[in-house]
Structure formats: structure tokens, C-alpha cells
Design a protein. Structure first.
Length: 173
């Protein structure tokens, strides 16, 4: 259940560098925590509200984690005061990954990236997910070479016939 808690954090480096998101904004809160938020409700989101979309992403992310799929740890959803925005914004708090670009890796790590990508997509598909927006190893994945580990991100549009958002929260379109 989403609680309306006023939480003010010091956003120390915003937004996170990397490929700019199409719809969402992602900010680094600390070196370990990132937040994802939508500043508009109408941009390709499958649910009619910002909280609904974030709850869906949180629910899927948690389910994937419980089933051993490599995604950032999901911490929860809270409202946050963001610099320069005059209203509280719903944010999904998650583990912040420190990724590298594919082209900056050596051949062995590139191969590892592709291998992990194929493995994680298969795991998610076997769990019943219709995996959307991740049609190449470099799309909506983050790779931390220090582990080395690939993380799938951005599953707001994923679907799974076995998983629904609670009826008292948000209806699908
Ligand atoms: N946990 C994270 N750690 C570090 N960077 C992240 C994390 N999550 C997202 N990012 C960065 O933010 C970018 C945008 O995130 P994401 O792909 O989830 O949103 P989007 O594509 O804008 O939104 P939408 O969910 O509407 O498709 C990513 O490409 C990546 O650079
Ligand atoms: Mg994305």
C-alpha cells in the first residue's frame, strides 16, 4: 500500500548520466540509491496515474527479484520534493547501478553482457512476462563491469497474465 509520507532528500547529482529516459526522469539520491519519477501522466504510461505506473514497476521488479532475475533492488514508493518542482512527486526508490556503455567494454565483457542478457530475458519470459522495450542487449539494461553484472530495468510496460495490480489501486486502461 502506498503511504503518503513527506520525504525530502538531498539530490546530489541529478539527473543520472547515461541514456536519457524517454518518459521518466531518474535521479541519483546517494551513490547507492536512485529514484524514478514521471512528471507527466500522459506519456505512454499503461496506468492512468503516476503512482499506478510506479506501483506496477515496483510490483514487477519485486516479483522478478524474488525469482532470481537480475534487476535493481526495489525499495519502495514515496513522495519526494525535487529541486525546481513545486509539488511533491511520486518516486520509485531503487538500487542505483553504476553502469558502463557497451562500446567501452572489452570483448570478453561485451560477450558476458550479451550472455547475461539472453539468460535474464529467458528467465523473465519463463516466468510469464511479455518482455517489452528490451529488444536488444543495450536497451533498458545496465551493466556494472565491477561485478560484472547485467540488470534489466524499465519494466513499466511489461505484462504478465498471472500478475495484476490490486483492484483498489488502479485499473488498467
Ligand atoms: N537503477 C538505476 N541506476 C542507475 N541508472 C538508472 C537506474 N534506472 C534508470 N537509470 C537511468 O535512467 C534512464 C531512464 O530509465 P528508464 O529506462 O527506467 O526510464 P524511461 O525509459 O525514461 O521511462 P519509461 O519507464 O517511461 O519507459 C536509464 O536509461 C538509465 O540511464
Ligand atoms: Mg527506458
Amino acid at each position: 500500500m502506498v503511504k503518503e509520507v513527506k520525504l525530502v532528500v538531498n539530490i546530489n547529482d541529478m539527473p543520472i548520466r547515461g541514456l536519457p529516459g524517454t518518459y521518466a526522469r531518474v535521479y541519483g539520491v546517494t551513490s547507492d540509491i536512485a529514484v524514478k519519477c514521471y512528471l507527466r501522466e500522459d506519456l505512454g504510461c499503461p496506468y492512468p496515474s503516476v503512482e499506478g505506473n510506479l506501483m506496477w514497476e515496483y510490483k514487477i521488479g519485486t516479483h522478478l527479484l524474488e525469482n532470481g532475475v537480475q534487476v535493481p533492488e526495489m525499495y519502495g514508493i514515496r513522495q519526494l520534493e525535487l529541486p525546481g518542482i513545486d509539488k511533491m512527486v511520486w518516486c520509485l526508490f531503487m538500487q542505483r547501478i553504476d553502469p558502463v556503455r557497451f562500446r567501452n567494454l572489452n570483448h570478453d565483457l561485451q560477450s558476458d553482457w550479451i550472455r547475461q542478457y539472453e539468460e535474464q530475458i529467458k528467465l523473465a519470459t519463463d516466468l510469464g512476462y511479455d518482455v517489452i522495450d528490451t529488444n536488444s542487449p543495450a536497451k533498458n539494461t545496465l551493466f556494472d563491469p565491477s561485478v560484472p553484472r547485467l540488470y534489466l530495468i524499465d519494466f513499466v510496460r511489461w505484462r504478465n497474465p498471472n500478475i495484476t495490480l490490486d483492484a483498489d489501486n488502479h485499473q488498467n486502461h
